[in-house]
Design a protein around this ligand. Structure first.
Ligand code: DX5
Ligand code: ZN
Length: 222
């Protein structure tokens, strides 16, 4: 069993010292940094945009995994690329022309991701699989950290895994990931686990290290 990638969501960090928080989770063993961009339109919350990502880019060499919960998304892809995103995820529900959005990300030289809300069926992925590096399955309705994991999505993870076949596409789970829920999605085929509250609880680098190790161990044990 390969090592599960842990991507702390900085949404749950202390924004008053965002740079230090990113350095702390990096030292504590994070594999990727997950950045949740929300617009108050596609989702009922507003977080931060490309300038904030650019400001913290030099705090870590880890992959910057930018989860764009914004509609429209195409007009902003270049700004997130320039800010230092390595992987740009768009929501299938937030773009009218998913293939075009993915082509645009590829043309910027970035890795591509598509995210699906819990209620969205997986069929929309079928004809864009060859453009994808990552499929993000939301296990909460996007908009806020700290929500409860939706167990109905576990079956969807297994279906996406089968759809991917032997293509080099990773499955990421986002929302409500804890030591208790990580094994469920890991068993179903998840490669990357986003965790906000479960990583940043405790508020110290030592706590982040303990939290990351516990989630990874729980996921890898299945
Ligand atoms: C929700 C975001 C998540 C969120 C996860 O819309 O996309 O990345 O920060 O937070 P937790 O792990 O607390 O559910
Ligand atoms: Zn996210």
């Amino acid at each position: 069993m390969s090592k599960t990638i842990i991507a702390p969501s900085i949404l749950a960090s202390d924004f008053s010292k965002l740079g230090e928080e990113i350095e702390a989770v990096d030292r504590a063993g994070a594999d990727w940094i997950h950045l949740d961009v929300m617009d108050g339109h596609f989702v009922p919350n507003i977080t931060f945009g490309a300038p904030v990502i650019k400001a913290v880019r030099d705090r870590s060499d880890l992959l910057f995994d930018c989860h764009l919960m914004i509609e429209p998304v195409d007009p902003y892809l270049a700004a997130f690329s320039e800010a230092g995103a390595d992987l740009i995820t768009v929501h299938a529900e937030a773009t009218k022309h998913l293939d075009r959005s993915l082509q645009a990300i590829q043309q910027l030289g970035k890795k591509t991701g598509v995210s699906l809300n819990p209620a969205t069926s997986i069929e929309c992925l079928e004809y864009v699989l060859d453009r994808l590096d990552l499929i993000v399955l939301m296990t909460v309705n996007p908009g806020f950290g700290g929500q409860a994991f939706l167990h109905s999505v576990v079956e969807k993870v297994a279906k996406v895994k089968a759809m991917i076949g032997d293509r080099p596409i990773q499955i990421e789970i986002d929302g409500g990931v804890t030591v208790e829920t990580a094994p469920l999605v890991s068993k179903a085929g998840a490669d990357v686990l986003v965790a906000g509250s479960a990583v940043f609880k405790g508020g110290t680098e030592e706590a982040y290290r303990t939290n990351i190790q516990a989630i990874r161990a729980a996921a890898d044990a299945v």
